[in-house]
Design a binder for this molecule. Structure first.
Ligand code: GLY
Ligand code: MN
Ligand code: MN
Length: 436
């Protein structure tokens, strides 16, 4: 879907947001952080702004004014020959109008001054408050100062809504252009995981595995990793957000890799766990197959109309039954589930929406109820089992084993499409990919 159509849908959603009067929306970019001294992080646009505008320069805000004769206004960095020599070409105000479809465009430095008059007459402003103190100061300051100084009866928005509510809904249902990018991200990610399996031999360092992944991401045209890559050898797999990636891979251990390529700002999110020496031991195989069975059970629930929550419940049941069989838990499965005793070894959710952000926005509930799945949604399904190395209650052979299996699904009218199906997953496929 072209961005002009996305903007039209957003303007429509704002116009029909149930307000008596109208709602406007202000969407900022993210501040461009310096790393230190004269060195900068590579700039990544804010996902909401990218979704609606495609604008890739920093210092930007987009204003959406439904039912106005200038519904799309951009505030951008003006062209500046000297700055462009240092930090690169800018589209400028002209580019905003001519190439990005803005009805009006102004330098970003004029935002505070122009905002009050532009939003006058709207009762509500949709805006991502609480994320960037500088933006909060600018918006609240501009509106409040104008309210205090205007004596001509102009009505400024009294109500602020978080823009995540409406934009989250739009971003949740992926259009064809987005799906093409997610498919490409999935394809590159599968290739990177295969490269990881080839690289992670006994004695290799976790960072060498990460390097093989990064190499594939960039060589295949991705923008890089969509989130910080996790390479956890042995018991490091039991640290959910382990990103140090600096230990040596031990023979006979497993390695858990959670890595996703970002392509034009859309990311995949995949986890595979594989044997460093090329073959699973019996205990590793038991845990792996249990997690795989839990994933199959969850995927079987990923059909349109079923509540989102069913996937997690299905995974939890399979995992809890397996924990009893493996000697990790003792007792009645229903009671262990009600009392959430499984959380000792399975302490995270079974998935999340996926898109421009690895944890993409979109509500998981409608009121008190888990939201029914619908075609066009993309989500991860990622059960796992993590047995701490010092867990005296666990059978000794299982201690220090951590396994997660994560794939990306597209909900369709029929069975879900596994976007990451090219990534080896069964024991036989993983062992074949680990043959060096
Ligand atoms: N890689 C982050 C997650 O799996 O949620
Ligand atoms: Mn995930
Ligand atoms: Mn992940």
């Amino acid at each position: 879907m072209p961005r002009s159509q996305r903007r039209a849908r957003y303007l429509d959603a704002l116009a029909n947001s149930g307000e008596k009067n109208k709602a406007a929306s202000l969407v900022f970019g993210v501040p461009h952080a310096a790393r230190n001294a004269d060195s900068e992080y590579r700039y990544r646009p804010h996902s909401d702004l990218h979704y609606l505008t495609g604008w890739e320069d920093p210092e930007v805000a987009a204003l959406f004014l439904p039912d106005s004769d200038h519904p799309f206004v951009l505030f951008v960095q003006p062209k500046d020959r000297e700055r462009e020599t240092w930090t690169g070409r800018r589209e400028g105000v002209e580019g905003a109008r001519e190439r990005f479809g803005a009805d009006l465009a102004f330098p970003y430095s004029e935002l505070a001054m122009r905002l009050p008059l532009l939003v006058a007459g709207y009762s509500t402003l949709h805006y991502a408050y609480g994320e960037q103190p500088d933006h909060d100061r600018l918006v609240f300051g501009a509106v409040n100062n104008a309210r205090a100084s205007l004596r001509n009866g102009l009505c400024l928005p009294w109500k602020i809504e978080h823009s995540r509510v409406l934009l989250g809904e739009l971003r949740l249902h992926k259009d064809d252009a987005e799906l093409a990018l997610l498919r490409r991200a999935a394809e590159i990610t599968a290739e990177a995981h295969i490269a990881a399996m080839r690289t992670g031999v006994p004695g290799a360092f976790e960072y060498e595995v990460e390097a093989a992944i990064d190499h594939t991401f960039r060589r295949r045209g991705g923008t890089g990793a969509g989130y910080t890559t996790i390479v956890g050898g042995g018991a490091n797999a039991c640290i959910l957000h382990y990103i140090q990636n600096r230990d040596k891979l031990a023979p006979g251990s497993l390695c858990l890799v959670d890595a996703g390529a970002e392509v034009d700002y859309y990311t995949a999110d995949v986890t595979r766990t594989w044997p460093v020496s090329g073959r699973f031991t019996t205990s590793q195989r038991d845990v792996y197959n249990l997690v795989l069975e839990a994933q199959h059970a969850a995927i079987a629930c990923a059909t349109a109309g079923r509540p989102y929550r069913d996937m997690h419940d299905a995974a939890v049941r399979v995992l809890t039954e397996g924990m009893v069989e493996l000697g990790l838990l003792d007792g009645d499965v229903d009671e262990l589930i009600v009392e959430e005793r499984y959380r000792k070894y399975y302490m995270h959710g079974t998935g999340h929406w996926l898109g421009l952000d690895v944890h993409d926005p979109g509500a998981y509930h409608v009121g008190l109820y888990s939201r029914p799945l619908a075609p066009g949604q993309v989500l991860t399904v990622e059960p796992g089992l993590y047995i701490p190395p010092d867990d005296q209650d666990a059978p000794e052979a299982l201690r220090g084993i951590g396994v997660r299996i994560e794939d990306d699904l597209l909900i369709t009218a029929g069975s879900p499409e596994v976007l990451t199906a090219a990534c080896p997953k069964t024991i036989a496929e993983v062992e074949a990919a680990c043959a060096r």
